[in-house]
Design a protein around this ligand. Structure first.
Ligand code: NAD
Length: 381
């Protein structure tokens, strides 16, 4: 069975789906690994390193797609990449299929068996495959570095002969994987940190990292679903939340927002009025930019200044830390391959939670109920 690693084609994408360290055990397990020439360049892995790990370098994407039985990618395939996949090929990638059900439809039409890394269930057995976590962790860390770089102030408190400088105050809204990493990173630079999340269960985790937890009474008793994800708030609770946050954000130099609700647009937490109320020179880093932004003024992949507040809307921070992002993602992908391939052949057990969660299309059909529903909703819209 041949596993192919193409060069990523999305603009700014520096990651690669398998690193040489991840290739070696796959080759040892009997798989053949083909790597497109230059695929590892962005993450500083030379072709020679892949060859040393037992992979074969193929000169271009056309030849890779022609031969691969399994294609592993980071970013969802572009239209021409979908066309290149041979019928019956297995594709493993971040697909964001809930937000891109049309892509799922095209993959089904081409009879591709596709797995979206974002669909790996958050169960203990699948932790090693959890790419959402491995990449969100990096985004949370980098968001704080961007804030520190942009803020026209020190992060740490300093007592000097020329006077005292007070520590920057950082608020992290949304304390999932990215938010908790941001909460852990900001104090390392000397800032004072507060965390906030709609799920009350998170309070303990925020406090265990030495941060303070902001609490608002939104009158919501069921903020969390069975999978541990936040549920969307009612219009009324959402408005109350915006008002309470508007009051609080004024006190902060930096606001990092990471709030997401799966399969929906990002909750709007920071309105333009809230931004107008913040001190000029304050910084917002909106990690929900790709899902529409937690801040009303965020523009994806841009940095703007509104009312003197600097607002960053990065959509792919993991790609800016490509060495470790690739290392961790490659481990996630290899572990999934180990689960799917037994004795050199693909063995799909749809009763298995991992296969059921991650498989989007198979045998000409969309098999994920959630993606089917997203497609139906899109068509009826
Ligand atoms: P996410 O990216 O879906 O959302 C980020 C955070 O935003 C969440 O903490 C969410 O509660 C919060 N949020 C959503 N709406 C909000 C609002 N209106 N106001 C404030 N905050 C809001 O979350 P994630 O990082 O993917 O984590 C989701 C859950 O999965 C968490 O419970 C996490 O602990 C859990 N998890 C479990 C495992 C595991 O067991 N293997 C691994 C990773 C994450």
């Amino acid at each position: 069975m041949k596993v192919g690693v193409p060069r990523e084609t999305a603009s700014g994408e520096q990651r690669v789906a398998l690193t040489p360290d991840a290739v070696a055990p796959l080759v040892k397990s009997g798989l053949e690994v083909l790597v497109e020439a230059g695929a590892g360049e962005g993450a500083f892995h030379a072709d020679a390193a892949f060859e040393k790990a037992g992979a074969r370098i193929v000169p271009d994407a056309a030849r890779l797609y022609e031969q691969a039985d399994v294609v592993v990618k980071v970013q969802k395939p572009a239209a021409d990449e979908v066309d290149r996949l041979r019928e019956g090929t297995v594709l493993v990638s971040l697909l964001q299929a809930l937000a891109n059900p049309d892509l799922a439809e095209r993959l089904a039409a081409r009879r591709i068996t596709s797995f979206g890394m974002e669909g790996i269930p958050r169960i203990s057995r699948a932790q090693k495959m959890d790419a959402l976590s491995s990449q969100a962790n990096i985004a949370g860390y980098k968001a704080v570095l961007i804030a520190a770089e942009t803020l026209a102030k020190f992060f740490p408190m300093l007592m000097t002969a020329a006077g005292t400088v007070f520590a920057a105050r950082v608020l992290v809204i949304g304390a999932g994987v990215a938010g908790l990493q941001a909460i852990a990173t900001a104090p390392r630079l000397g800032a004072q940190v507060w965390g906030y999340d709609v799920r009350p269960a998170v309070k303990e985790q925020v406090e265990s990292l030495g941060a303070k937890f902001l609490e608002f009474d939104l009158g919501v008793t069921d903020a969390e679903d069975k999978g541990g994800y936040a549920k969307a708030l009612s219009a009324d609770a959402s408005r109350r939340q915006q008002e309470m946050l508007a009051e609080k954000t004024k006190e902060f130099d930096v606001v990092v927002t990471t709030a997401l609700v799966p399969g929906r647009a990002a909750p709007r937490l920071v309105t333009k009025e809230t931004v107008a109320g913040m001190r000029p020179g304050s910084v917002i880093v909106d990690l929900a930019a790709e899902a529409g932004g937690n801040c009303e003024l965020t523009e994806p992949d841009k940095t703007i200044v509104a009312h003197g507040v600097i607002i960053h809307g990065p959509t792919n921070l993991p790609a800016t830390v490509p060495v470790h992002a690739s290392q961790l993602y490659a481990r996630n992908v290899s572990e999934l391959l180990r689960e799917l391939v037994k004795d050199g052949a693909l063995k799909l057990d749809f009763a298995d939670e991992i296969v059921k969660g991650a498989c989007v299309t198979h045998a000409g059909e969309i098999v994920s109920d959630a993606v089917k529903a997203a497609l139906a909703a899109r068509k009826s819209a």
